[in-house]
Each structure stands twice: as structure tokens, then as C-alpha cells.
Design a protein around this ligand. Structure first.
Ligand code: MSP
Length: 498
């Protein structure tokens, strides 16, 4: 079994912000979960370096696009490990190997008869690098996303015959309802297709910053077709050997809702035109909002992920984003709600559970865990948990998977209150009962920690080490499957005084 997950590749026109961190974290949770299942996982992220978004930003700074790309690609590359992201490769669209694949595949699209010369006239947003249809324009000819004035473009281009794929795309959506999720996004994509597809520019004549078109050196490829192909090209050169056979088609493309049309309409059509198999799923998440607006560098309303990580650690940020905002919907984020989740859930629910459980075992049993059965009541509560979590992750319902696990974190806290081990410890007759309670508690803690590892990798590893049970396989996330012999004291996982 292989599992291949991607993030969008990020424009290098500015530094990374929380919106970029969001998709990378979500993809990482999926990648780690599938590794726990023992699958052969490939997780790709990277940077999108051509086109106007980058050329214009470089021009404004008085430097060459390549220089800006080099500078900012480094910052995106550095963000991934700071987030705890375990990506297997970082692609840059200025990689010569990627450029060669773009030329080869788009050359094939032309040979297959889906490219012709024409003149484009219409509205264009240089920030989105997007040709806008008349019904996608805000008042005063403005971009609905960036709020800047659109430019009127007239240009001789080579066109991609998107309209030729109208029927095949409708059929794809009919036969594969799982191709796009959530359902509302599937409906949005399908209604765009049904409204009638128009051909789109495949090349740009006016722009120099892009992958040269091999059959006409006056043109470069339109940045979106160059960018989309990263998902395919990376597999051919990320490792010592070409891994395309093994890993293509992609299991999941995770994207933000702003780039839905490119991924759910242009991308499958392009692959059909090149006779390449289609990805299995495109999952579309919402925007992180601050003060009701999309968080973005150009709007200036950003929460700096580096600052949050410096103070609270990457795990806290990962947890917060996937707990606060239902994955697939828009959601507001703020420092106030971050601090509430950190204190109430990470420090209190989980952190206290861990230190209490280890503390009581240390106090009453010198850290040793006795062998024996689990408390039947708790065993019932844990029944089916692993399967429910896996089923949610299969559908990219990352907040629901997390909620399933958190229910059990809370259940374990209630168990401590109900059983009151400090009372049992006072009564010698209750020695066996106390052993059973402590054993069940620590084993339950191990199970939730294994399941939480994709969300909280560093903290989970620390905790599992303290339990002397470092195994991460999902198969072991069953109450009673572990064999904890003794535990070690641990510093607070989520200290409050940071
Ligand atoms: N380069 C293109 C993508 C090409 S993929 C073949 C691009 N880059 S981007 O840097 O502008 O944005 C990429 C992604 O960042 C968005 O789709 C989304 O996944 C994420 N986000 C950027 N701002 C965001 C929020 N405020 N909230 C959530 N995610 C957003 O588009």
C-alpha cells in the first residue's frame, strides 16, 4: 500500500504565514497517520516560483526573480521542519528536472491535439495569476480575493482546449463522487463545469519568467500549468530512482478553497490530455480568518507561525489549528482562543492526565505497572476507537478524528475522579483494585498518545518514552495491546508559564 499526499506549492513572492503552515500541518497529520499504518508514504510540499506573482514582487524590490525565489524558498523550506512536518521532498519549480517534465508533458498535450494558437482578451489578476471570467469580478473590476484592480489583458497565446473535456469531466464527477470533498466543494466544481468550459491560455507571451515553451521560444508556460505539474514531476527526481510507478496517482491533494478551479477542473483535464492517471482525492479546506478577513500577507492581518512556535512549540500550533477550525470550513483564529485551547485542553486535559497518571504510579507503586487485565468498563469505552479515527482520516476529517481521541482523553480524566486512586491507596484491601486502575489508566494514556502522535509528534514521543513504550504502529493503539512495565517521571508536557 502506498499513500501520496501533497500541499499546494507556495508562491515565493512573500514570506510564509499561518495560512501556508495550515495546509502543511494538515498534510503532515495525514502522512504520519498513514505511516503508522505501515504504508509506504510520500509527502510533498514546495514552492511555486514562476509567473507574475513572483516577477512583479521582485521588480518592486529591484531584484531579479531568481534572487527573490532563492531567498524566500529558503524560508518556506525552513518552515516545514519548524512545524514538525515530515515531508519527504521539497520541490522548487525552478528545479531543472521539474522544468524538463513540464516541457515534456505539455509537449505531449500539444501532440495529442489539445493546443492551438489564439488571442486572449479579458480580465486578469496578477496576484492570483488568474484569468477571471465576467461573473468572477467584484465591483470596479476588482479581484474578489486580493481586492486589487484587475488588468485588461490582450495577448497572443497558445490555448489549452479545456472545452474538449467537458463531457469527460462531467462523467468523472458522476462516477467518482469521492474525487472532490467536502461535498459543497464537489458541487461548486461540478456547477463550474456544467456552466460550460472555455479554453484557457496555456502560455504567456508577455512574460519572460517561466518555463520556456519548447516549440516557440517567444513564450513561457502559464504558471498554473507549470505549477500543477509539480505533483507529478517530483516523483521522477525526488529519490535516487524514479518513483512515479510506485506512487502515482496521488492519494490526496490538499488545497485551499481559493485554488479549487485549478485543481478540480484544469488539473484533471490536463492529465486526461496527457494520458496520465488522475489523482484519487482533492480535499478543499477553508480559510483561516482574522477579524473576518482571509489572513494574508497582502492584507497585513497575519499571525506569525514562527512567533507562536517559539513560545508554545510546534505541537501546540498544530493542535490548535486542527482543533479550532473544522477542516474543510472557514474558521476564525485568534491569540485569545489559542491560549484557551492551550491551557484548557493541552495543559489541563492532556498534560495533567499524563503527570497525574505517572505521578500516582510513582507514588503508590514506585513506577512499576503490574501485569493483568484491563478494567472492563474502560475497555468497552476504548472499543472501536482506532477504527473510527482511521475512518475519519481516510476522509480527511482531521478535526473529527481529533475529537474522537479527545473524548477518550476526557474519559480517562473522569476515570481518575471516579476511581479516586488516592482513596484506594489508603486501604490495603484494595491493593489489587488499585493495581487494575493504575494499569488501565496508564495503558489508556498510551493508546491515546499513539493516536495523537500525528497531531502532537514531539510531545507524544516524549510521553511514550516516559512510559517505556515508544512503538507508534496503529495496530498497537488498542487497550491492552501494550506492555508497559514501568514509567519514568516527566516534566510538564505543556507548561503554563511560557
Ligand atoms: N502557488 C499557488 C498554488 C499552486 S499549487 C499547484 C498558490 N500559492 S499561495 O502561496 O498563494 O497559497 C497556497 C495555499 O496556501 C492556499 O491554497 C491555501 O492552501 C494556503 N493559504 C494561504 N492563505 C490562507 C489562509 N488565510 N487560510 C488558509 N489557507 C490559506 O496559490
Amino acid at each position: 500500500m502506498s499513500f501520496y499526499v501533497t500541499t499546494p506549492i507556495y508562491y515565493v513572492n512573500a514570506a510564509p504565514h499561518l495560512g501556508h503552515a495550515y495546509t502543511t500541518i494538515a498534510a503532515d497529520v495525514m502522512a504520519r497517520h498513514h505511516r503508522q499504518r505501515g504504508e509506504s508514504v510520500f509527502f510533498l510540499t514546495g514552492t511555486d516560483e514562476h509567473g507574475e506573482p513572483v516577477a512583479d514582487a521582485a521588480h518592486a524590490l529591484g531584484i531579479e526573480p531568481q534572487e527573490l525565489a532563492d531567498r524566500n524558498a529558503e524560508r518556506f523550506k525552513a518552515l516545514a521542519p519548524r512545524l514538525g512536518a515530515s515531508n519527504d521532498f521539497f520541490i522548487r519549480t525552478t528545479d531543472p528536472q521539474h522544468e524538463a517534465v513540464v516541457q515534456e508533458v505539455l509537449g505531449r498535450v500539444r501532440e495529442n491535439g489539445f493546443v492551438y494558437e489564439g488571442t486572449y482578451e479579458g480580465w486578469y489578476c496578477p496576484r492570483c495569476a488568474d484569468f477571471k471570467a465576467d461573473n468572477e469580478i467584484d465591483e470596479g473590476n476588482r479581484c474578489p480575493i486580493h481586492h486589487i484592480e484587475l488588468t485588461r489583458e490582450q495577448e497572443d497565446n497558445y490555448f489549452f482546449k479545456l472545452s474538449a473535456f467537458q463531457q469527460r469531466l462531467e462523467q468523472l464527477y458522476e462516477e467518482h463522487a469521492e474525487f472532490v470533498s467536502p461535498r459543497s466543494r464537489y458541487n461548486e466544481a461540478l456547477s463550474f463545469i456544467r456552466s460550460g468550459l472555455r479554453d484557457v491560455p496555456l502560455t504567456r507571451h508577455k512574460l519572460r519568467w517561466g518555463v520556456p515553451v519548447p516549440w516557440d521560444r517567444e513564450h513561457v508556460f502559464y504558471v498554473w500549468f507549470d505549477a500543477l505539474l509539480n505533483y507529478y514531476s517530483a516523483l521522477s527526481y525526488a529519490g535516487a530512482e524514479d518513483r512515479t510507478q510506485e506512487l502515482w496517482p496521488a492519494s490526496y491533494h490538499l488545497i485551499g478553497k481559493d485554488i479549487l478551479r485549478f485543481h478540480t477542473v484544469y488539473w484533471p483535464a490536463l492529465l486526461m490530455a496527457a494520458e496520465i492517471e488522475l489523482p484519487q482525492h482533492v480535499f478543499v479546506h477553508g480559510f483561516l480568518l482574522m477579524d473576518g478577513e482571509k489572513m494574508s500577507k497582502s492584507l497585513g492581518n497575519v499571525l506569525d507561525p514562527f512567533e507562536v512556535i517559539d513560545r508554545f512549540g510546534a505541537d501546540a500550533l498544530r493542535f490548535y489549528l486542527l482543533r479550532e477550525v473544522p477542516f474543510g470550513q472557514d474558521g476564525s483564529v485568534s491569540t485569545a482562543s489559542f491560549e484557551l485551547r492551550y491551557e484548557g485542553e493541552l495543559a489541563n486535559d492532556l498534560g495533567n492526565l499524563a503527570s497525574r497518571s505517572i505521578g500516582m504510579l510513582t507514588r503508590y507503586r514506585a513506577g512499576a505497572v503490574s501485569a493483568g487485565d484491563m478494567d472492563a468498563e474502560l475497555a468497552a469505552d476504548f472499543g472501536g476507537l482506532r477504527e473510527r479515527v482511521a475512518a475519519h482520516v481516510d476522509r480527511a476529517e482531521l478535526h473529527l478524528a481529533l475529537e474522537e481521541i479527545w473524548q477518550l482523553v476526557r474519559r480517562l480524566n473522569r476515570y481518575v475522579e471516579e476511581q479516586a486512586p488516592w482513596q484506594l491507596a489508603k486501604d490495603e484491601q484494595q491493593g489489587e483494585r488499585l493495581d487494575c486502575v493504575l494499569r488501565t489508566l496508564i495503558e489508556g494514556l498510551r493508546v491515546v498518545t499513539v493516536l495523537l502522535w500525528p497531531y502532537l509528534p514531539a510531545s507524544a514521543e516524549r510521553l511514550l518514552d516516559a512510559l517505556g513504550a515508544p512503538a507508534l504502529a496503529l495496530a498497537g493503539a488498542e487497550l491492552g495491546a501494550g506492555s508497559i512495565a514501568s514509567v519514568q517521571p516527566i516534566d510538564p508536557l505543556f507548561p503554563k508559564d511560557v
